[in-house]
Each structure stands twice: as structure tokens, then as C-alpha cells.
Design a protein. Structure first.
Length: 260
């Protein structure tokens, strides 16, 4: 059991997905929680489900005035802000290659998925600095680690989130504020169900296969000749054996120095 503390969970859909699961876990551990989002009806249901330790504050994460008001409301209600989880994301922009993304869709995606996290951190950090420290977790995605065809704006926003998190972590570590980013995979949340429904309405299995084929993050695309130019053969096997033997010798030498 942890001491009762407050959590501001900044997300678009507070009554579902990773944000709600996080809030539920923290309430079960004894924390006092504020959940935020644009959908007041959904947020009220989530707050009621979580019980008296939870409170909903309406907030559009892309609006600075609403973000500031929601975090101030959390601090006023619970007395302080020790933890924050920023889990905002959009799922309603169409799949498109880079040259086909509209300016409106690009701006909307980055406004929520990147600017929104920055705004939340801006006011969360101010609250934590006033009480001696805290911890912030930004929810990114595996899409922030590699290329994601037909989801360029989302991919860019998640890559940017990593840079934002690393920079803030370096800037505020001395003030006892820990800031991390987590890169979740594809969880069947309501947001992903919306994506599946757009890919193949009424056929979730087909949609899942299409998602893996078209939208799953990709690393280096190997050329067809790559395997032919680097065949697995005796020479590669011998090199691997030599590397293994070298590592073992280094490990033995380290142990000897340790016991010397």
C-alpha cells in the first residue's frame, strides 16, 4: 500500500484504455486520482466507477487554459500533485502516406499527441516544484521507436515525445522530479477498436491482420539481396565462436581482478 497521493491523468478518453487502467491501479493502491478528458459523460462514468478517491475534470489537452485549470483543480482538491500520467492520443485521423496527409490532420494529431503532453508537463512540473518533487510518466508507443507507414503524423508525434521526455528528465532531475516515457504495443483498447473498425468494419480479425501488415511499426527494410550477400556459413559460425570465446576470457579476467 502506498501513501494517499494525487495523480493527474491527462488523456482524451479517460474512461477507457491505458489511462483508465492506470488510474484504477493507483486507486487500488491508495492514491487519490484526478482523471481528465474532453468527454464529460465518459469521464463522469469513469470517476463513479473508481469511487470516492477519484475525480473527473473536463479538459482538452490541446488547450493551455483548460490544462492549467484542470491541474490546479487537482492540486486544490487533493492538496498536492505527486504523480502524473500523460496518455493523450487521437484515433480518428485517416491512414495516409506522408504526401497525402492534410494539414488539418497533421496539426490536430500533433496538437494532442505532442503539444498536449508538453502543456500537461508544463503545469504538472510547476505544481511538483512547489512541493519538492514528483514523478511523470508519458505514454508513448512502439510507433515512436521506428517507422509506421500510413501513420506519419502519429509516428512523428511519438518520436517527438521521446525527445521531450529525455530533455525534461535532464532538466528537472536535480529538483527530484523523475520523468519517464513508456512505449506500449498494440493493446485492444477502445481507441484501437476504432482503428480496426475503420480498416475493416465488422471484421475485427481481418482488421487485426491488416493492421499488422500496414500499420505495425517497422524497423530497417532489408533489401532482397541482403541475405544473398551475407549467407550463413562456416565462416560466420567460426567468427561467432571466436567472439564467444573472447567474451569468456574477458569475464574470467574480470573475476580474477575482483578477487585479487
Amino acid at each position: 500500500m502506498v501513501p494517499a497521493r494525487s495523480l493527474s491523468s491527462s488523456e482524451v478518453r479517460p474512461a477507457s484504455g491505458i489511462g483508465l487502467a492506470t488510474a484504477r491501479l493507483l486507486v487500488d493502491m491508495g492514491a487519490r486520482v484526478t482523471i481528465t478528458g474532453r468527454d464529460a459523460e465518459r469521464g463522469a462514468r469513469a470517476s463513479q466507477e473508481l469511487g470516492e478517491r477519484a475525480h473527473y475534470a473536463r479538459m482538452d489537452v490541446a488547450r493551455a487554459d483548460q490544462v492549467a485549470a484542470a491541474i490546479d483543480d487537482s492540486v486544490q482538491r487533493w492538496g498536492r500533485l505527486d504523480w502524473a500520467v500523460n496518455a493523450a492520443a487521437l484515433a480518428d485521423t485517416p491512414f495516409a502516406r506522408i504526401a497525402d496527409i492534410t494539414e488539418e490532420d497533421w496539426d490536430r494529431t500533433l496538437a494532442v499527441d505532442l503539444k498536449g503532453v508538453w502543456l500537461a508537463m508544463k503545469y504538472e512540473l510547476a505544481a511538483m516544484l512547489g512541493t519538492g518533487g514528483g514523478s511523470i510518466v508519458n505514454v508513448s508507443s512502439v510507433n515512436g521507436l521506428s517507422a509506421t507507414p500510413q501513420a506519419g503524423a502519429y509516428c512523428v508525434a511519438k518520436h517527438g515525445l521521446h525527445g521531450l521526455t529525455k530533455t525534461a528528465a535532464a532538466e528537472y532531475a536535480a529538483q527530484s522530479i523523475r520523468i519517464n516515457v513508456v512505449c506500449s504495443g498494440a493493446h485492444l483498447t477502445p481507441m484501437l477498436e476504432v482503428v480496426f473498425d475503420r480498416l475493416a468494419p465488422g471484421a475485427p480479425d481481418k482488421a487485426a491482420a491488416m493492421y499488422r501488415a500496414r500499420c505495425a511499426p517497422r524497423t530497417r527494410q532489408k533489401p532482397q539481396f541482403d541475405t544473398a550477400e551475407r549467407p550463413a556459413g562456416p565462416d560466420r559460425g567460426r567468427r561467432r565462436q571466436r567472439r564467444t570465446a573472447s567474451r569468456r576470457r574477458l569475464a574470467v579476467a574480470d573475476r580474477r581482478r575482483t578477487h585479487a
